[in-house]
Design a binder for this molecule. Sequence first.
Ligand code: NAD
Length: 359
Amino acid sequence: MTSSEVQGRTLLVTGGAGFIGTHFVLRAVAGGARVVNLDKLTYAGNLENLDSLRGNDRHVFVHGDICDGALADQLLATHRVDAVIHFAAETHVDRSIDAPDAFVRTNVVGTFTLLEAARRYAATLPEDRRAAFRFLHVSTDEVFGSLDPPGRFTPRAPYAPSSPYAASKASADHFVRAYHATYGLPTLTTHGSNSYGPYQFPEKLIPLVIRNAVEGARLPVYGDGQNVRDWLFVADHCAAIERVLRAGTPGGTYMVGGDGERSNLEVVRTICALLDEMRPRAGSYAELVEFVADRPGHDRRYAIDPARIRDELGWRPSHSLDEGLRETVRWYLDNGDWCTRAGGSYARERLGLGRPRAR
Ligand code: NAD
């Protein structure tokens, strides 16, 4: 940890009780930042993740909605915030297929609301603090849609979102870009690839597979399992965000990948092999794999060209996929109770088949 990345700064972190936000908040506080953590605690938010920060006066938790502009105004001014790190979002592609409304509200309207608050706040700052202020928007590679090999997404990749989730994030990206171009707001955007690690809500592929496998349940793989993602260990993702925050060029866009391109089926088989080693059972866990109906609009491949963040900012991932998966499987084996508690009412039902809902 290079504590100097955030040391002494006051950060308004949105969505800091979610998966990546949790890791970012823990890391930032350990690195000497003061964090104001604004989170609505949706089904995906879990304050328990931040238990170790109880009583720490460098972490202030605020239960609230990013769509509440008055609250954002008040937090920015009261805490004299130096930077906004915007994680809060609805994030599960399958849920966006079943019920896109919340994605538009939080990801589009919520981001717009925060940008407006940041613009108002920046205008009140003295020259030196205004120059140092940053609005860092955490986006995804999914906004660029599917890509044939050997292409890789660069910061100039054309937008082609396939899912309502990706469309809502793309819309947010465009507002962020516009606020830099129109109002000179010092924005930064990161496009991270598929992230994984401890504390991920158990509806996402990797925790779902580990949890099902341990219980001897089927391991659902969508379609033929050949959809490729660039897997990024969550600690590396957070380190990249810190680096962009400290050294990124205002208005800049940074692609963040884990150098870990693998198909879903390869990832599932690797997890099974790790479980065979760490928690042997009669037969291999791979026997539990079950191919199920594909996700509508399922992008075939995403791939990141990390040249800009590597060459300009000196960041590269420090975990290979094999190392990251080993650490992740170990964590879920040791923290099965967390999954049960965090999973709440989620019963591992199949989501995302796009069945229309009654109004
Ligand atoms: P997550 O679903 O685990 O957590 C989202 C958090 O946002 C939760 O704590 C939730 O309570 C909070 N939230 C939701 N709506 C809110 C609202 N209206 N107001 C305040 N808080 C609200 O998400 P994650 O996987 O940690 O992703 C964080 C960010 O990173 C998202 O913006 C996502 O698009 C982006 N991202 C994620 C990945 C990934 O693979 N997980 C990859 C690239 C980018």
